[in-house]
Write a protein that binds this ligand. Sequence first.
Ligand code: HEC
Ligand code: HEC
Ligand code: HEC
Ligand code: HEC
Ligand code: HEC
Ligand code: HEC
Ligand code: HEC
Ligand code: HEC
Length: 452
Amino acid sequence: MKQFYGKIGLISLACLLVWVGMAYAVDTPNLAPRKIEIKRGYTEDAAKCIECHAEKTPGIIEDWKLGKMGHAGISCYDCHVVESNSPMASQCSGLKGSKTFISPMVSSKTCARCHPAEVEEFLKSGHADLSRAAVYDKNKAGGALVALQLVHEGAGFLGAEEGSLMNEASRTSGCQMCHGSVVELGPDNKPINSTWPAGVGTLYPDGSVGTCTVCHTRHKFSVAEARKPEACASCHLGPDHPNIEIYLESKHGQRFLTEGEDWEWDSAPGTWQPGDYAAPTCAVCHMSGIGELETTHNVNERLKWDLVHQRSEIRSGVRGDGKKGDKLMRKVCVNCHGATHTEMTMQTLDSAVELYNTYWDGAVKMKKELAEKGLLKKDPWRDGFQELMYYLWHHTGRRARHGAAMNGPDYAHWHGFFQVFQVYKDMEDLYNWRIKNNKIEELSPVMSTGPT
Ligand code: HEC
Ligand code: HEC
Ligand code: HEC
Ligand code: HEC
Ligand code: HEC
Ligand code: HEC
Ligand code: HEC
Ligand code: HEC
């Protein structure tokens, strides 16, 4: 017995020494220059990109090597190399004189080679063509959206030259970074006129659409990242669609904020389920597989109402199938709530939509009468009534609807319906004054910052 303990003692001592040695080795800083030399796995051409870029753009390589695709051997070459006759073909300084052509632009078409289902779903969603059209389509809203960006925000009304980069700066720094752009190329096939990089619905020069990296950012392309609410927050925020703010004040957000750090974010695709998390994130309700639902990259699939446009209708056509969407969204909730809870919550949304629509219909009626009597200014941004109508829909009315849909009572009420009725009453006052006096008041009483 004694001998036995003696042996254990010796073994323990040996282990301790090895452990101390290892700990020392780990603690000793590695002062060697960061260099990656690839000896196996990649073709010679693919290895060259990695080796040189490890020195020239270490940030990209360090990120890429941590991602799942880096582990699976999908490299720079797979995504960036293009045919020499591609409209986007160019060469970086490391490839000059070689027969290899690359592009810094990578659209969903490249991802579709290996992920066809995700891309197909994405292209059907509001995140693809519809998103870009909101900013670029000259006919949309009778041209009012393009005019907003160039004539008004872009200082066209102050004489800013049409087509100048300054005239477009509001679009290129704002709208386009969320919605997407139409990429224009210079003679060397590289993007010009601040049209790249851009947001989710970008149209690329080869006709392909969509920037997948808005949710899984490059070059890690992480599923865990896309499942977190922050992945949506760079675009879904602010006075006109405060989705992240609503989420963080909801009970779901409360659980995420208190314990989200300990949730399991990296389960294999399609296997991420309650238990990995205690409350849903944006992705759980709008995209991820849960219970009997499959993951979808079509964010319109689980929606009933159109809560973004001036009057809320049940979704149809390119915006989705609202009746089906309603059924699918309820299938999300019932994983964690009883049927009564889900029914009550959805009923609240329906009646909030009805309430908002009642205000909107009243506003439309007033506007129609003012238009018939010639009591509207041509420039809506100098007309108090029309400015307020914009805020009724685009800011306060959307906040009320989104707050009700996603269980954020402060947004549904104080930033929402409370301001909706105030704006509406001011509109009524302007309407009554104009009808009574048969003229438009001289100065807009509306501070153009509107209700915030
Ligand atoms: C899975 C595909 C994929 C892989 C692998 C990949 N990239 Fe990218 N890369 C992209 C996407 C997508 C973008 C964003 C393009 C866009 O917005 O049009 C991008 C953008 C870039 C850009 C331009 C943006 C910038 O910040 O300058 C560079 C440079 C780049 N990648 C280098 C690399 C290098 C080097 C590697 C190898 C370590 C690599 N990429 C691996 C998909 C990939
Ligand atoms: C010998 C070094 C070297 C090699 C090899 C190399 N690159 Fe580069 N690459 C660079 C440097 C330096 C830059 C940044 C300057 C520039 O854009 O030319 C760059 C830029 C890029 C860009 C951004 C181009 C732009 O217009 O912004 C991409 C994408 C890229 N490389 C991909 C690749 C791919 C893919 C390979 C392999 C097929 C590769 N590189 C091989 C050095 C190299
Ligand atoms: C040449 C094939 C190929 C291309 C091109 C490709 N992928 Fe992948 N992708 C893979 C493979 C293989 C995996 C699985 C890696 C693993 O988990 O072992 C993967 C996994 C992923 C994942 C899951 C990562 C995770 O954290 O679980 C995402 C997200 C992804 N790819 C996005 C993209 C995007 C975006 C593009 C286009 C910019 C793209 N892929 C292009 C092959 C490809
Ligand atoms: C911070 C990101 C961001 C910026 C900047 C932005 N948008 Fe949006 N926009 C969104 C999001 C997110 C939605 C979707 C809201 C929803 O579905 O409820 C949206 C919705 C829209 C819609 C309604 C949907 C449609 O396709 O009809 C239009 C139109 C629109 N935006 C136009 C613009 C214009 C024009 C600009 C610049 C003047 C702009 N947006 C700036 C993020 C942004
Ligand atoms: C609006 C955000 C968003 C955009 C844009 C997006 N993804 Fe995803 N993606 C997600 C989320 C969230 C998941 C995780 C689903 C889950 O929980 O399993 C995911 C998962 C994936 C996976 C893992 C397999 C799967 O289907 O679950 C792949 C591959 C992938 N995405 C590729 C793409 C490609 C390719 C694009 C561009 C067409 C793209 N993603 C655009 C949010 C996004
Ligand atoms: C790069 C910016 C960006 C990111 C990131 C983003 N979105 Fe969007 N999203 C938009 C824009 C822009 C629209 C408006 C599209 C349009 O004009 O119809 C939109 C619309 C939507 C819609 C409504 C679709 C419709 O047709 O009405 C949903 C739902 C949505 N996004 C969910 C998400 C979720 C969930 C995430 C994160 C997992 C996310 N988005 C990430 C920009 C973004
Ligand atoms: C508990 C589930 C849930 C969570 C979490 C959630 N949403 Fe929603 N979302 C909904 C429901 C329900 C609707 C309304 C659906 C309908 O129209 O019937 C909605 C509507 C939307 C819309 C409006 C679409 C339109 O009509 O224009 C956008 C945009 C959106 N969500 C984005 C997000 C983002 C971004 C997050 C995270 C910050 C998020 N959602 C978190 C359930 C959720
Ligand atoms: C992954 C589980 C999960 C899913 C899925 C989920 N919830 Fe929840 N929900 C919770 C938890 C946990 C709470 C906090 C309960 C509490 O406050 O005691 C909560 C609270 C709520 C509340 C606050 C009111 C209350 O019960 O105190 C509402 C409203 C709500 N959920 C609606 C929904 C709707 C609508 C859906 C589907 C679109 C949904 N939830 C999906 C887990 C979930």
